[in-house]
Design a protein. Sequence first.
Length: 297
Amino acid sequence: MTVIIDGKKVAEDIRRQVREEAARLKESQSIVPGLAVVLVGEDPASQAYVRMKGKGCEEVGIRSLQHRLGAQTTQGELLSLIGELNRNGEVHGILVQLPLPAHIDEKSVINAIDPAKDVDGFHPVNVGKMVIGEEDGMLPCTPLGCQELIARYASPLGGKHLVIVGRSNIVGKPLANMMVQKQPRANCVVTVCHTAAADIGYFTRQADILVVAAGRPGTVSASMVKEGAVIIDVGSNRVPHPDDPSRSRFVGDVDFEGVSRVATAITPVPGGVGPMTIAMLLKNTMKACGLQTAVSR
Ligand code: GUN
């Protein structure tokens, strides 16, 4: 029987751990972790994500500071706010919701965040630490969520062939770097394939663990999967509802119905990787808080 991986349940388990850790920190040292989330503009999807992040913080005892700036905010104004948040001792994590309006340079904004507070793990210092396997850096949330599911559903991992479809800076590239490390929750043989591959199936059929983060529905079908593989579908694509085109629904990058007949375990969309991302953001905020307060003790 194929296991349908319940990302909501695993995410709730992580949130419970964070809640307990935050309570201990408050009790023993009177420290309340703080996460600042910055939103520029009125994009409805981004507004919804920011609300969910704020709610997630409140539920686990992390102080949430939300900065909602108008779409006309200049890059200078945004950088000045980041500078203030970098200096604010009550803020342990900073997240600037992406995408930013076109007149603001994303790279300059990411580079301005103190790497110690970079709970997205996007700052080049953290990317460098990730590549060399330093454990005191911040790792990006979606790959962390994938790693958690892989460790729970595909262990032991040593020597397994992990194939990743997609080479984004947010998922494919960081996950490959994390999973190739000589560490207990990694140690995989990793292949990254992408749109330039003439035959993606040639690679995916070799996977013991297959992560698909291509951003395109139907990227992987049953004939592209080895019997018994574990499938992690990072895709989240809004498509017209088959019964009513005036409505929409979310699907992943994998043909769930076909592939679930071949796989031993598979994440659904929604309810797989999605819920893990915010849980790992909360966990990252705790880590950032722990590292910063340990330094100042
Ligand atoms: N927008 C969509 N996903 C993300 C994310 O993981 N971090 C940030 N900062 N913005 C996003």
